[in-house]
Write a protein that binds this ligand. Sequence first.
Ligand SMILES: *Cc1c(COP(=O)(O)O)cnc(C)c1O
Length: 376
Amino acid sequence: MPHHLDTLAIHAGQEPDPTTGAIMTPIYQTSTYVQAAPAEHKGYEYSRTDNPTRTALQECVAAIEGGKFGLAFASGLAAIDTIMRLFSPGDHIIVGDDVYGGTFRLFEKVLARYGLTFSWVDLTDLDAVKAAFTPATRLLWLETPTNPMLRLADIAALAALAPERVLVAVDNTFCSPAIQQPLLLGADIVMHSSTKYLGGHSDVVGGVVALNDPDIYARLKFLQNAIGAVPGPMDCFLTLRGIKTLGVRIERHSSNATAVARMLEDHPAVRQVIYPGLDSHPQYALAQRQMRLPGGMLSVVLDTAEQAHRLVTRTKLFALAESLGGVESLIEHPYSMTHASTADSDIAVPPQLVRLSVGIEHVDDLIDDLRTALAD
Ligand SMILES: *Cc1c(COP(=O)(O)O)cnc(C)c1O
């Protein structure tokens, strides 16, 4: 029987070191490798091209996403940028209209200058997606749940709907494979900001990609080396170490976030709670079908922008910070922080919205912190 994710997270790509028996993957802090004769080496020539600590991470990521191949990058955006170099001027890309602010910035403010064109589409509307395909479309890019509106895209339905020549890529950062494995639902490429749940401890920035197609893998591997946005061995080690506890962390993130969401939904100062684990979520049925657990991210809509500002500055345990997915709880105001670059665009977020990344502290302490911050 193939191993489960919790087992793969700890063992895949991570054999004990053959020379010393070290059970943890060594941090191969080296830039180059001695060759026996010109071009006669042990598979490693130069660490931009390959590094053993990175190889271990790449194999582990491929395994936990149910893919054949993995690639690691210096950041999530470096991973996205490298994927986008598969395309050429004139190519058209369909993107969910509610994506990570940095993805929007990379696409519209950087890559559009190189001749890629983007259509921003509501991915909950399958007819709208169908209508957006043109003969030039090469990629459908999606996030689910989205950030910070937590809208869901039906990965299997979208993958089935995309024409053969269109790649489907899923940014799985908000879920991690402990919740959903897009490759198993028909996606061609899955990517993560491993800065978030995979790393899980807010101590490393990174990005990863997993996929099954050997040709696309060969092109991405070429690009990884040609562009050079690679992570260092220490960062790979930290990410690997984080991944080992992914399964148990996601369970606790999900149970804590569910309890926090229920408390907030009943709170008189809160207008709306958006969380895939609540049956008030407009796509609750899809969440139940697609996600093994509801995850640690939730958004709250208050009555006014002032109240949103007040909440994010009054919590004590929930730290006011960008990012997400770490063991510690974070709170932020997307309108003025993570999503400031989308202001005045079609995908701007409401100023009354607050986003929580619920950590794995004791749930009673988290609830107490939010109740106190919301009190008059
Ligand atoms: C953080 C994030 C990114 C970007 O990743 P970095 O590691 O910050 O470069 C991309 N997508 C999502 C959904 C993210 O949350």
